[in-house]
Design a protein around this ligand. Structure first.
Ligand code: PPS
Length: 567
């Protein structure tokens, strides 16, 4: 028989179909709460029994017990607060004993919460107790202190329907489904492996050894709800896991995705992970080095010791019931062409390892990634997701006065780029943009800012898809330029080029006759005449077309791009 769930019974909180239908109709008349991403993940695991024995979001007594002693009010071991945080204004509007409809971002009601408790948590104390720190470099702390509502609502939840997932649905299972699957396949001893990173050969060796050590089958159960900011996205990771699965002996390993919102809480989180895996029917759980660790604090010191999680779990071993399989990191011994646990390295071993940072660097630069490190099919997937820098999108953002030569220079740079490559390029020129994307906008500060935000948004989309976006608006305000930079930099480089041709020269050129009209008062609020231009303080490049030809200026841009390995 499979291991019993935590607390003895699997607590599935979905109502049977007819009642769920009635509750759904009822929910429309209740106060509506749109779940945050974390709350949505938590709710999914509450509803499907992954968080057994919890039957809702924690009330005050359970919360205090969990924060201070890692125990629910009834004494059950539970290390992580599962709370529904809301803002004060929402809480203030609630009647006594309110019911609330808990909705996804599309407005679909997923569950109803019957509020039994409304309380103000001491979030500083929570951070210290749960994470051991109030340093905001810790993503769990930053979320708790800066992005968590100040009021918690506790109470039972009743499930209407499961959150929708359109990705990898065949790889998503509830605890009951997974337990049924284990049963049907005659799997009784199962060791679960948690991960938030792509898996390489070292992970394969580690998991196989762990499974062999306890005579169990292997469940690879990566967290795909929310992991550490900056992690490889879960779509890419799941493609890598699927590829890796082919390299395991058949009928020894299974893959299932866990919609868990990680907190990066180190030891406490490891304990929580073990409890969740127990609910999914795993008899054993692998705890590696620095399990669920968030890295280093603002002083450069690791938040948790590398084996803190293993120690905490060992302390609660009997009570947990699930077998803990502590494992050291696996490293490659080149002389023996084999992987060995770090603790078994011999004096004459030629140890090799590639860190996550080094792997990212190699992907970025297009350098080789050796086969001893990872399988070629996994590398292929990672390379598709992280093309070398020379294939990454970027934006050239020309800014300067009317008549400074922005558009001409943009055209010249475009021509130069297309001479040597067939990369996709989009030009967002000032006048051109105002004919469609920004049609109807005028030249007030507000309208100009809106114009630049639109250009920044389109540029960010182009860059996201690996293209080159060449923008050439006046963009007179530093704030709007900074916003555009921020939009683009989520996906690639933003190269600000100040076309610094002096006003006298622009006015003397007066290509469109607008300066004359502005001087004559026929155009009001003309940039440089009776409207401001805030000079960029630290653009990537500054070029004055009155002291060089357009060709020379374009060469400077292209040379700069080559030097930065962008072109
Ligand atoms: S902004 O400030 O960035 O939103 O301006 P932009 O979209 O680049 O539009 C600038 C072009 O609009 C014409 N034009 C004016 N420019 C500045 N101020 C006023 N009041 C104005 N009215 C019309 C002008 O032709 C600008 O084009 P360029 O190519 O810069 O000369």
């Amino acid at each position: 028989a499979l291991i019993a769930p935590h607390g003895g019974v699997l607590r599935e909180l979905y109502l049977p179909a007819p009642e769920a239908e009635a509750l759904k109709r009822h929910s429309a008349s209740l106060p509506q709460w749109t779940l945050t991403q974390r709350q949505l993940c938590d709710l999914e695991l509450l509803l499907n029994g992954g968080f057994s024995p919890l039957q809702g979001f924690l009330g005050r007594a359970d919360y205090d017990g969990v924060v201070n002693d890692m125990r629910l009010a009834d004494g059950t071991l539970w290390p992580m607060p599962i709370v529904l945080d809301v803002d004060e204004a929402f809480a203030a509007r609630l009647p006594d004993h309110a019911q609330i409809s808990l909705n996804d971002t599309q407005g679909t009601p997923l569950a109803v919460l019957t509020v039994e408790d409304v309380y103000f948590p001491d979030r500083i104390a929570e951070a210290k107790a749960v994470f051991g720190t109030i340093d905001r470099t810790h993503p769990g702390v930053a979320e708790l202190l800066d992005r968590t509502g100040s009021v918690y609502l506790g109470g039972r939840v009743q499930g209407i329907q499961a959150p929708a997932h359109y990705d990898f649905s065949a790889l998503r299972h509830s605890p009951r489904e997974l337990r049924d699957w284990f049963h049907q396949h005659g799997w009784h001893r199962i060791v679960a492996f948690q991960t938030r990173n792509p898996m390489h050969r070292a992970h394969r060796e580690l998991t196989l050894r762990a499974a062999e050590q306890v005579g169990a089958k292997l469940l690879i159960q990566p967290s795909v709800g929310r992991t550490k900011p900056g992690d490889v996205d879960h779509y890419t990771r799941v493609r890598c896991y699927r590829a890796l699965l082919e390299h395991y002996p058949s009928d020894h390993a299974a893959l299932s995705l866990l919609p868990l919102a990680m907190r990066m809480g180190g030891p406490r989180e490891a304990l929580w992970h073990a409890i969740i895996r127990k609910n999914y029917g795993a008899s054993h759980f692998i705890v590696g080095r620095d399990h669920a660790g968030p890295g280093k604090d603002s002083q450069g010191k690791p938040f948790y010791g590398p084996y803190d999680a293993q120690h905490l779990l060992a302390t609660h071993k009997d009570e947990l019931g699930i077998g803990i399989v502590p494992f050291p990191a696996m490293v490659y011994a080149a002389n023996r062409d084999t992987y060995v646990p770090q603790t078994e390295v011999q004096a004459n071993d030629e140890v090799r390892d590639i860190s996550g940072t080094e792997l990212r660097r190699r992907l970025h630069q297009g350098d080789t990634i050796p086969e001893w490190f990872t399988f070629p099919d996994v590398v292929k997937i990672l390379r598709e997701r992280h093309p070398a820098q020379a294939r990454q999108g970027f934006s050239l953002f020309f800014t300067g006065l009317s008549g400074s030569g922005k558009s001409t220079l943009a055209q010249a740079v475009l021509a130069r780029l297309l001479e040597t490559s067939s990369r996709p390029v989009t030009v967002l020129d000032g006048d051109e943009v105002r004919r469609h994307l920004s049609k109807g906008l005028g030249f007030s500060r507000e309208d100009r800012d809106a114009n630049i935000t639109r250009i920044g948004y389109v540029a960010s989309e182009v860059v996201r898809h690996g293209g080159i976006a060449i923008c050439a608006p006046i963009a007179p305000y530093a704030g709007a330029r900074a916003d555009a930079r921020q939009l683009v930099e989520t996906h690639g480089r933003f190269v600000e080029i100040h076309v610094s041709t002096p006003l006298e020269v622009c006015e003397a050129r007066d290509r469109k006759g607008l300066y004359a009209a502005a001087r004559a008062g026929k155009i009001k609020g003309f940039t440089g005449i009776d409207d401001p231009y805030e000079t960029p303080q630290s653009p990537e490049l500054r070029l004055d077309t009155s002291t060089m030809t357009v060709s020379e200026a374009a060469d400077r841009v292209v040379d700069w791009l080559r030097q930065e390995e962008l072109a």
